[in-house]
Structures are given as structure tokens and as C-alpha cells.
Design a protein around this ligand. Structure first.
Ligand code: FAD
Ligand code: UDP
Length: 365
């Protein structure tokens, strides 16, 4: 059969593209090499009956009303504001760093104004701000950098913060008030029946055919299609001709603990300085599920394995641009998503990029 579009990857990028194209009357074949839809946002009930995120914690947040409304066509939501504590010097403190973090850590009683003065005193001004080290030192100085950021970043990325773009640690704000939410976006919510259900609703269209457990590179010649949308790693698409783009991977260690209500006080606890995992997430906080027993995941960063994170720094940007420049001359191929655009996208940014890419294909404003 001749398809209008072959889409590689059933994560947010590919699934949103499939839905937008199908709703315009196009016939779509969506393939994924995994055995499920949803990409890295896939969730499922573990053997104990708890809804878990197979590829680590996924919390939806966006400032875009358009993106939230688009997804709301396919799910209802559970309001959820994520909170994270960092395990530092054997105690737990709010991260992002806020007034309570500083007062608790240094046994002080500062108010907002005094905290601003405190940061002014301890910060190490940097100009220009190029790296992840610059961002943190410039805002909170050496001690807080070493306690909260240096170890976590080295573990997570296998690189020193000085070797990573500013954008990485700039994801984590520093606050002078007592707001202890991880995100401050206007929309923060979890799909009520989970991400996989959201994906099956997005893909529930007579024009969309899905094939799982297929690797595009092994089967590409057997498909007939007019246009390809590719959401896998861009270097793989070009057979690594300029060399492999570095992606960071993780090993997820899922554990069930029977007969307790909660394992920890909040959704995620970060371990910047101890252990070889970066963080522990307890899913019941995220999903609101009531259950006697609980399930957690520990994330161990690795260099090998599935590509989960593009690694933002200047040499990788240069390499990516080589792939990007040949990709722009493709007439019937569109590259979208975290892997194909080599961008540290959150889920909402993937949805936004996909909505835009489809509009661009049809030259819509
Ligand atoms: P993916 O979800 O990676 O989908 C790409 C798909 O393409 C995959 O399913 C893959 O199997 C398939 N594929 C690749 N190559 C081939 C091939 N050759 N043939 C067939 N199929 C192929 N975002 C948030 O907004 N909030 C969070 O809390 C959050 N937490 C995260 C936690 C972790 C541990 C990780 C890794 C990411 C997190 N994200 C979070 C980011 C989020 O996962 C991504 O933004 C989003 O899921 C990316 O969607 P995508 O479709 O671009 O890519
Ligand atoms: N980070 C850190 N300490 C923390 C939390 C984050 O050093 O307690 C840094 C680290 O480099 C991390 C980055 O900030 O990779 C982005 O954190 P985020 O929680 O957004 O990572 P993600 O959820 O994408 O893995």
C-alpha cells in the first residue's frame, strides 16, 4: 500500500505528527522499533498493579495554552505540582534552591531581601555565561554549586559542568522566596489515565496504521510512501557519516516495596553527592494512585544504551549542525523531536515542534 506519510517513532513527536496529518485526510504508517507506543513517555502497570513510567519520571508542564488545549482533546488531567528534595550532607533540602534551602542548610533566618543580599555576597560573577558552571557560580557561588550541582551534573552527564552549555543547569532556577515547586509553568498536570492511554487516544484514527517492533533501517525499502517523518537519532539516519553524536543514557532500576504507603515524602529525591544513581522517584506521588505498597525508580546514568539525552555543548552543536545542514536539503523528509533535532526538549516542546513542522509542510501560518 502507498502511504502519504511514513512516520518513524511513536513518541510525542511522531504521534502528534501522525494525528495532525491523519486529521487532514492523509494515510499514515507509524512505526516504532519498541514493542509499545509512547516513546520515552510510555507508562504501564507493573506486576504489582502500580502505574510506573518505564523510562523514568515524566511530569507534564507547559506555559503554552495552545499545547495544553491540544492535548486536552485526548485526555483529562490530574493537577499535580512536582516537588523535589536534594539529599545534601545527610539532610533533605528543597531544590530549586529557595529561602528554606538556605536557612535550613546554614541555620539562618533570612527573609527574601536578606537572601538576595546573601546571594550577592557569595556569587562569583562570570561574564560571559557560556557553561553550566558559569550559570550556577554566577548566581549562588562555590559552596552551593559544589553541594547541589557539581556532583549531580558530573554523574548525570559524565562531564564537568564547565564542559556543558549554560542551558543545562539553567533549567533549574534559584529562588529567593519559599516556592518549593520544581516547575512554575501555568499548566502542570498528569494525564489522568496515564501517558499510554493519552497516546492511544491520539493515535485512534482510521487513517493511522501502526507497526511495532520494526526498525526503520531494516525495513525501509519495503515501504511505499510519499513523505518520511523521522523522529529517531539524526546521526543514525545518515549512517553516522560525520561520526556519532553523543547521547547520554540511563539504566532504570525499578523496585516495588510492599506494605507501605509511601517510601519518601515527595515525588523525587535527588542525590547530588552520594550513590551512583542521580535520583529516586516514587510514582504514587505523581499519579495519585492509592495502593498498599509503592514502586520507585532509581536512575543510573551511562554512556552506552538507548539515547535518552542529547548532550548540549559547543562541540556537539557543531557536529549536529553538519547533520542538520544536509537534512535541510531533503525534499521529502522531515526531522522532528528530541533525537532528530538533537535538542534537550521537554514533552511540551516536542508537541510544539511537531505541530509547527506539520503546519510548515502545508505552508500554513
Ligand atoms: P522519543 O520519546 O524518544 O521517541 C522516539 C521514538 O523513535 C522511540 O520510541 C524509538 O523507539 C523510535 N525510534 C528511534 N529509532 C527508530 C528506528 N530506527 N526505527 C523505528 N523506531 C525508532 N519531559 C517533560 O516534559 N517532563 C519530564 O518530567 C520529563 N522527564 C524525563 C525523564 C527522562 C528520564 C527522560 C529520558 C526524558 C524526560 N523528558 C521529560 C523528556 C521527554 O521524554 C521527551 O521530551 C519526549 O518524550 C521526546 O519525545 P520524542 O517523540 O521526540 O522522542
Ligand atoms: N541539576 C543538578 N542538581 C539537581 C538538579 C539538576 O545539578 O539537583 C542539573 C543537572 O545537570 C541536570 C540538569 O540540572 O542534568 C537539569 O535537571 P532536570 O531535573 O531538568 O533534568 P531531567 O529531568 O531532564 O533529567
Amino acid at each position: 500500500m502507498l502511504f502519504d506519510f511514513l512516520i518513524v517513532g511513536a513518541g510525542f513527536s511522531g504521534s502528534v505528527a501522525a494525528e495532525r496529518l491523519a486529521s487532514r485526510g492523509n494515510k499514515i504508517l507509524l512505526i516504532d522499533k519498541r514493542e509499545h507506543i509512547g516513546g520515552n513517555a510510555f507508562d504501564e502497570y507493573d506486576s504489582n498493579g502500580i502505574l510506573i513510567h518505564k523510562y523514568g519520571p515524566h511530569i507534564f508542564h507547559t506555559n503554552s495554552r495552545r499545547i495544553f488545549e491540544y492535548l486536552s482533546t485526548f485526555t483529562t488531567w490530574r493537577n499535580y505540582e512536582h516537588r523535589v528534595l536534594a539529599h545534601v550532607d545527610g539532610r533533605l533540602f528543597p531544590i530549586p534552591i529557595n529561602l528554606d534551602t538556605i536557612n535550613g542548610l546554614y541555620n539562618l533566618d533570612l527573609d527574601e531581601k536578606a537572601l538576595k543580599e546573601f546571594f550577592e555576597k557569595v556569587r562569583i560573577p562570570r561574564s560571559p555565561i557560556n557553561t553550566s558552571e558559569d550559570v550556577v557560580l554566577n548566581t549562588v557561588g562555590m559552596d552551593l554549586y559544589e553541594k547541589f550541582f557539581k556532583g549531580y551534573t558530573r554523574k548525570q552527564w559524565g562531564l564537568d559542568p564547565s564542559e556543558l552549555s549554560a542551558s543545562v543547569t539553567a533549567r533549574i532556577p534559584v529562588r529567593t522566596n519559599r516556592d518549593d515547586r520544581y516547575f512554575t509553568d501555568s499548566y502542570q498536570a498528569m494525564p489522568k489515565d496515564g501517558y499510554t492511554k493519552l497516546f492511544s487516544n491520539i493515535l485512534d484514527h482510521p487513517n493511522i496504521q501502526i507497526e511495532l517492533n520494526v526498525d526503520f533501517f531494516k525495513k525501509r525499502n519495503s515501504y511505499k510512501y510519499k513523505h518520511l517523518i523521522y523522529t529517531g537519532p539524526i546521526d543514525a539516519y545518515y549512517d553516522f557519516k560525520f561520526g556519532p553524536l553523543p547521547y547520554r543514557s540511563l539504566i532504570f532500576e525499578h523496585t516495588h516495596i510492599p506494605n507501605i504507603e509511601y517510601f519518601q515524602k515527595v515525588g523525587t529525591i535527588n542525590y547530588p553527592n552520594d550513590y551512583s544513581f542521580t535520583r529516586i522517584t516514587e510514582f504514587k506521588h505523581l499519579t495519585g494512585q492509592k495502593f498498599n505498597g509503592t514502586s520507585i525508580v532509581k536512575e543510573y546514568p551511562t554512556a552506552e544504551g538507548d539515547p535518552y539525552y542529547p548532550i548540549p555543548n559547543s562541540s556537539n552543536d557543531i557536529l549536529f549542525k553538519k547533520y542538520y545542514s544536509i537534512s535541510t536539503s531533503e525534499r521529502n523528509v522531515t526531522f522532528i523531536g528530541r533525537l532528530a533535532q538533537y535538542k534537550y526538549f521537554n514533552m511540551d516542546q516536542c508537541v510544539g515542534a511537531s505541530l509547527k513542522a506539520i503546519q510548515d509542510i502545508f505552508n500554513e501560518p
